[in-house]
Design a binder for this molecule. Structure first.
Ligand code: ADP
Length: 371
């Protein structure tokens, strides 16, 4: 490698050269000053000694020459000492600054090659330490994103497997003549295809919600209007199953600032779940209250309930307490995840509580009051 290219590509060499330039500039300015100023200064000092020296000008010239040589000698020694000091200091600084940067470079190359577990050690509390800290934070985020991506692919593959293998076995049964070619058989296939369609739709919604790409058309709306509309839409299904749906709202609820379509989606999801997980002759109640700055809406059911250990995971995608029960109802385990994203996009919160299995569940979300 050419020397200039080496210097351009090595921070250590650049540091060393910068020290060298400072030393050269220092020595040259000292030499020039000594050259220009020393004879005058010396002549002035010696003038006072003329009496002692008896005006001997030859001796004066010798003295001048000796002083110049002495100064040059001292400068040469000082320059050598400064050069050595520059070498020692620059190698120390290089190790201190370039070392961690070099490590970060190597680690970032390993991360770029797909090893997201790599981290660098934080060398101190200065800017380099802060850089190493930010670097580790970035590596952590990359690792989590990669983990989520892997998990998502695994989850989606798992979700696709069951309906696809069901369709395949029905088709094989039809081809082999084991299953009769009658409406009930085709209905089985149709049900699985609907499940796949719903999964694809939910995944699209989830991907839009997770990347914040669901546009919200916010406007002030009376919560009661949204709640009654959602309840009326599902009323026939509640009646079919024999579950009572009760709407119990205070008269003085303030308006909330929401996208009515998206809020109806959240309400339908919570009411649909409450209906699905509440056996016949149970009851689902929708209540609401306001504390002045936000309105909270609560969907309470007397259904199967949720054991405490499941509560923190309900809003994670594909999380289902009872997979077979959820699947039987066509659930993809994404509904609550989308609901959470939608509520949070409105500036609200959503959470679930339950006294335990078979003791019913409560799902509550808040919405900001329209100013
Ligand atoms: P799914 O489409 O499976 O219903 P959700 O995301 O809507 O997916 O719900 C996730 C899981 O939370 C469900 O599978 C179920 O186990 C649980 N869950 C949701 N709502 C209720 C409820 N009202 N009562 C009991 N469990 C519920």
């Amino acid at each position: 490698m050419k020397p200039l290219a080496t210097i351009q590509q090595r921070l250590g060499w650049k540091l060393f050269l910068s020290y060298l330039v400072i030393i050269v500039v220092g020595v040259v300015s000292l030499a020039v000053t000594a050259e220009l100023h020393a004879p005058t200064a010396l002549a002035r000092h010696v003038a006072g000694m003329e009496d002692i020296m008896g005006g001997n000008m030859g001796m004066m010239a010798d003295l001048n020459e000796s002083v110049r040589r002495a100064i040059n000698e001292v400068l040469a020694v000082a320059a050598t000492a400064a050069f050595l000091a520059a070498m020692i200091i620059s190698s120390f600084v290089t190790r201190r600054i370039v070392g961690p940067i070099e490590t970060m470079k190597q680690v970032s190359q390993r991360i770029a090659a797909g090893d997201y577990r790599q981290r660098v050690s934080v060398p101190g509390q200065d800017e380099l330490g802060a850089l190493a800290g930010s670097f580790n934070q970035m590596a952590e985020t990359l690792e989590q994103t990669e983990e989520r991506r892997r998990q998502l692919i695994g989850d989606v593959a798992h979700e696709l497997r069951t309906p696809l293998s069901n369709i395949k076995s029905v088709m094989e049964g039809l081809l082999d003549g084991v299953l009769p070619a009658e409406p009930a058989t085709f209905l089985d296939v149709q049900r699985e295809v609907s499940r796949l369609q719903r999964l694809v739709y939910d995944l699209e919604e989830l991907s839009r919600a997770e990347s914040g790409q669901i546009p919200l058309e916010l406007r002030p709306v009376a919560p009661a209007v949204l709640i009654h509309a959602a309840a009326n839409q599902l009323q026939p299904q509640f009646e079919d199953k024999g579950v009572r749906l009760r709407v119990d709202l205070p008269a003085d609820l303030p308006q909330v600032l929401v996208d009515p379509g998206r809020m109806t989606q959240v309400l339908l999801n919570l009411l649909g779940n409450a209906l699905q997980y509440t056996p016949a002759s149970g009851q689902v109640t929708i209540q609401a209250a306001s504390n002045g700055s936000e309105v909270s809406v609560m969907v309470q059911d007397t259904g199967v309930g949720i054991a405490t250990e499941h509560l923190p995971h309900l809003f994670e995608r594909f999380y289902r307490v009872d997979k077979s029960r959820s699947r039987a109802g066509g659930g993809s385990g994404i509904g609550l995840t989308i609901a959470k994203h939608l509520v949070e996009a409105h500036g609200g919160r959503i959470w679930a509580t339950s006294p335990g299995s078979n003791q019913g569940s409560n799902f509550t979300f808040t919405l900001p009051v329209a100013q």
